[in-house]
Design a protein around this ligand. Structure first.
Ligand code: ADP
Ligand code: MG
Length: 264
């Protein structure tokens, strides 16, 4: 019986692709900010030892981090920070996380650590609608933890040669997680990032991806836009840094697609 005193769990989406530099962190931050603009409350979980999502939002205080959440049984309230944006929260990361993978291997619950941490009763206090997990560029145990914790996986795909190459490996990992630990894991969608409509290669990658994956590919594409890449150095999502930029508009459109998909 579900406990009637508990809030329904937020929708948990793992933003993942084992390739680096494809737009995972950018998508996590800006999709999060765009969902907040839609009136949602959102927690970002920085699960990458590089901590780019934390830096990109200007989180300097990282005494307690996602590492502690996973391996030290630290309370959510000690790890989760507010950001400058009302309704947007973050569990920050530091290079500590780079050893987490090895330390987790020895534990019996190694794949469920994030799942369990995000289900602490205190999660209710944040009244969240979404949790977005910024995954590391690897299919390691951290990423498996994200997939076990999540309802769905969102895959940013950079419009470049070999873009589809790594996707089959990612799909295999998703299938494995479904078979072992999380049968309900869905693919939220594939988001084409750094899209340049003047570039034939972009159009070719889009064509191939839509033919192969059909409706799994979001209608919204994220254009290559210099404002998007500038925003993190001002510790802001592009939605706040330049609200009328093409990048900001695209992430708002993506958020609307995510919000409607979740209802199906
Ligand atoms: P990942 O997290 O997958 O490693 P990032 O989100 O850090 O990828 O993006 C890699 C680089 O590309 C960063 O320097 C980022 O600022 C830049 N970038 C990401 N998306 C865009 C975009 N739409 N337009 C321009 N630059 C982008
Ligand atoms: Mg990243």
């Amino acid at each position: 019986m579900p406990d009637p005193t508990r809030r329904p769990l937020p929708r948990i989406i793992a933003v993942t692709n084992q390739k680096g530099g494809v737009g995972k962190t950018t998508t996590t931050i800006n999709l999060g900010a765009a969902l907040v603009e839609l009136g949602k409350r959102v927690l970002l979980v920085d699960l990458d030892p590089q901590g780019n999502a934390s830096t990109g939002l200007g989180v300097d205080d990282r005494k307690a981090t996602t590492y502690d959440l996973l391996l030290e049984d630290t309370l959510l309230s000690d790890v989760v920070h507010r950001t400058d944006i009302e309704g947007l929260f973050i569990s920050p990361a530091t290079t500590d996380l780079s050893s987490a993978d090895m330390e987790m291997v020895a534990l019996e619950k190694r794949s469920h650590l994030l799942h369990d941490a995000l289900r602490q009763p205190a999660i209710d206090d944040y009244a969240l609608d979404y949790i977005l997990i910024d995954c590391p560029p690897s299919l390691n145990l951290l990423t498996v933890n994200a997939m076990v914790a999540a309802d769905a996986v969102l895959v940013p795909l950079q419009c470049e040669f070999f873009a589809l190459e790594g996707l089959s490996q990612l799909m295999l990992t998703i299938r494995e997680v479904r078979q072992t630990a999380n049968p309900k894991l869905r693919i939220e969608g594939v988001a084409l990032t750094m899209y340049d409509a003047r570039n034939n290669l972009t159009l070719q990658v889009e064509d191939d991806t839509r033919q192969t994956l059909g409706d799994l590919v979001f209608k919204t594409v994220i254009p290559r836009n210099v404002r998007v890449s500038e925003a993190p150095s001002f510790a802001m999502p592009v939605l706040n840094y330049d609200p009328n930029s093409r990048g900001a508009k695209a992430y708002r459109a993506l958020a609307r697609e995510v919000a409607t998909r979740g209802k199906n």
